[in-house]
Design a protein around this ligand. Structure first.
Ligand SMILES: Cc1cc2nc3c(=O)[nH]c(=O)nc-3n(C[C@H](O)[C@H](O)[C@H](O)COP(=O)(O)OP(=O)(O)OC[C@H]3O[C@@H](n4cnc5c(N)ncnc54)[C@H](O)[C@@H]3O)c2cc1C
Length: 307
């Protein structure tokens, strides 16, 4: 059976949310580039998620679970499989456990912004570093997202997930390894939520810290153009942006993609760029860094699909 037919069969009767077939991923990725996915599914509930994953796995259909697609590049030839979008699983709640502490629980599809806002509303400090990171909770846990000296691992106490067999599980952070921009979870885990433990703070200070971080981001990052945030991981003692400047590639262009003149670790879609344009720039940076400096730059971005 052709893959597309198999996908239709796999999703039939299970998906309560929306399904888009042959969906241009440029409409959904933060870079605005990317070919068509065979299907994109908007999941509305955790049981639905488990059903979809089980059905796709039974048929060995490829899939990628994603949040806000702010860290994914889909090649121009598109993705042969299903993008499972978690955005609608976005509940965020606060609870205070007497003599234990203050917790925010968030489903994987909740935006980091909503967690930052919920924490601020409850006068809880610790989440401010996530202000301005446009991802979801699931994506942030998977990437161990970080900024301004803090990472997700510093604030989460537990992750809930669906394991490889499709069973619901809760893992305490002691059972998880958090690396720089990559969290190691048991194979094929799908993150369904996370628990954040935060400290009671002062409303005005939390608000000011968030505003300050957002101000810094606006000053330093090229937010006027679609992009995927930092393209490369920093090297020990050397921010990737500075290295890219030193090798003379700030402002380099391929097609309609440009290494930002504002921050060289960002690649901007200046209008009508393709994934190939972005990937050519990534390769150019890697080759030049190797040749001029003898160092290997590794992308933070997740790159999927066919050329
Ligand atoms: C302007 C801008 C600024 C940024 N600043 C920062 C920053 O300061 N720090 C930083 O760390 N990042 C930053 N990013 C990158 C990105 O926003 C973060 O890494 C974010 O955490 C990714 O979340 P997402 O929901 O968009 O993930 P996606 O792009 O949707 O997915 C990323 C990866 O996570 C996996 N994933 C997502 N959800 C799940 C899930 N529920 N279960 C299993 N796997 C999952 C996907 O399969 C994929 O491999 C920035 C991006 C932009 C565009």
């Amino acid at each position: 059976m052709a893959v597309k037919e198999e996908i239709r069969e796999a999703l039939a009767g299970i998906v309560e949310g929306k399904i888009f077939y042959d969906e241009p991923m440029s409409r959904h990725t933060s870079t605005g580039v990317g070919g068509c996915a065979d299907a994109l599914v908007l999941i509305n509930g955790e049981n639905e998620l488990a059903g979809v994953i089980r059905s796709l796995r039974q048929r060995s259909i490829e899939f990628l679970v994603a949040g806000n697609l702010t860290n994914v590049i889909v090649r121009d030839g598109g993705y042969r499989g299903v993008i499972v979008l978690m955005r609608n699983l976005n509940n965020v709640s606060y609870r205070c456990v007497p003599e234990n502490g203050h917790y925010i629980n968030a489903q994987a599809g909740a935006s980091l912004a909503s967690v930052v806002n919920r924490a601020a509303a409850a006068e809880l400090a610790g989440m401010e570093f996530c202000a301005g990171i446009p991802g979801s909770v699931g994506g942030a846990v998977w990437m161990n997202a970080g900024a301004y000296g803090s990472e997700i691992k510093d604030v989460i106490t537990a992750v809930s997930l669906l394991d490889a067999a499709g069973n619901k599980k809760n893992l305490a952070t002691a059972e998880i390894t958090f690396n720089y921009r990559r969290t190691v979870l048991p194979g094929q885990s799908i993150i369904t939520g996370a628990e954040f433990k935060l400290a009671k703070g002062k409303a005005a200070e939390i608000k000011e810290k968030v505003a300050d971080i957002l101000r810094k981001r606006r000053e330093k990052h090229p937010l006027d153009y679609p992009n995927a945030g930092s393209v490369f991981k920093n090297l020990p003692g050397m921010p990737a942006g500075r290295l890219i400047e030193e090798i003379g590639l700030k402002g380099a262009r391929r097609g309609n993609a440009e290494i930002s003149t504002k921050h060289a670790n960002f690649i901007c879609n200046t209008g009508g760029a393709t994934a190939a344009d972005v990937l050519e720039l990534i390769e150019l940076v890697q080759k030049t860094a190797r040749r001029q400096k003898g160092v290997e730059l590794t992308p933070e971005l997740v790159i999927i699909g066919e050329d």
